[in-house]
Design a protein around this ligand. Structure first.
Ligand SMILES: C[S@@+](CC[C@H](N)C(=O)[O-])C[C@H]1O[C@@H](n2cnc3c(N)ncnc32)[C@H](O)[C@@H]1O
Length: 303
């Protein structure tokens, strides 16, 4: 075991190069998240608290816990929380959301007009702001009254999903939300009577909540992703930027399978399918570029 003698505190375990490689590869295989050569200190820092909680004195002991222990599954839940970034807020990347509402929703409304069914997946939704934003835009569009509308939000993190289900948010979630949207889609929680503006948080309006369904899910766990069925649109924004190339490819293939023919995939602004997949065609919208599963692709046997 190696211990740091000064700097980070006497007696603290240090992540050695060999331990780093083992843990990095294990994390990448299990969660898809990639820690590059410059990220050794970051991985060490993120996992340190877990060693303390488990009473371990070296990172190789922690590796063995994640790999072989009967408590591995439960420890992965905790490790996932400290290895992921949950940054999110309502109406994020508004140019894309405008394209979604003004150009994509009318397309799907026309395509599905007989079936009257709209299924959308917000994959890697963190604490739910993205999922609820999508539901608000669907309602605002007014195109789907009387339809079967389901918006799924999924995330690796159990805590994020619990928070999404609570659906109450503080100021950082509203950093780009205008007052009109806030008044329309949220209800103040804990406001002092007769003193507007004193709410500590805002709850999502019942009409929006009614469309949203949340589940904890690792995007690399293909079997579990069957839970969402077939989707018309999938949002996966700011999730795969943290992934290694093979995991990105696996997840993109899974999305391709989960989409109906003609279904659309929306990625974050810094992400693209370049060098990842040729199974999608590019759809040029006025305000954005998105990926479409060709209509000629097979539909598979599942619903
Ligand atoms: C930065 S947040 C993005 C939230 C939202 N999509 C947005 O753009 O605002 C990334 C989320 O991806 C989730 N995530 C990371 N790896 C995942 C995996 N293998 N399966 C499912 N979710 C994952 C994290 O837990 C985190 O909540």
């Amino acid at each position: 075991m190696t211990r740091r003698l000064f700097g980070a505190g006497v007696g603290e375990a240090v992540l050695r190069a060999d331990e780093y490689r083992l843990l990095r590869d294990l994390v990448s295989e299990r969660l898809g998240i990639w820690f590059g050569p410059e990220s050794r200190l970051s991985l060490e820092r993120r996992l340190r608290e877990r060693l303390t909680v488990r009473g371990l004195t070296s990172y190789s002991d922690y590796y063995h816990l994640l790999k072989f222990s009967p408590f591995a599954a439960e420890e992965w839940e905790e490790a996932s929380e400290v290895l992921t970034t949950h940054e999110t807020y309502f109406f994020r990347e508004d140019y894309q959301l405008r394209a979604f509402k003004n150009e994509l929703l009318p397309l799907v409304a026309e395509r599905n007009r007989q079936r009257k069914r709209l299924h959308i997946w917000s994959a890697g939704c963190s604490t739910g702001e993205e999922t609820y934003t999508i539901a608000m835009l669907v309602l605002e569009s007014g195109l789907f009254d009387g339809w079967e509308v389901r918006i799924y939000g999924s995330d690796l993190s159990k805590k994020c999903i619990a928070s999404a289900r609570r659906g109450a948010y503080g100021p950082t979630s509203f950093r780009v939300t205008d007052e009109a949207a806030k008044r329309l889609w949220f209800r103040p929680v804990g406001e002092r009577e007769g003193d507007p503006g004193t709410a500590v948080s805002h709850g999502v309006a019942p009409a929006v909540r009614a469309l949203c369904h949340f589940a904890q899910m690792n995007l690399l766990d293909k079997e579990r992703t069957y839970l969402v069925g077939r989707c018309d649109l999938i949002f996966c924004r700011n999730v795969m930027i943290y992934f290694d190339a093979p995991s990105r490819k696996r997840v993109i293939e899974m999305f391709h399978e989960r989409l109906v023919p003609g279904g659309i995939l929306l990625l974050g602004h810094a992400e693209s399918l370049l060098n990842v997949s040729t199974a999608f065609e590019l759809l040029h919208l006025r305000g954005d570029l998105v990926y479409r599963k060709p209509t000629t692709a097979g539909t598979g046997s599942e619903p």
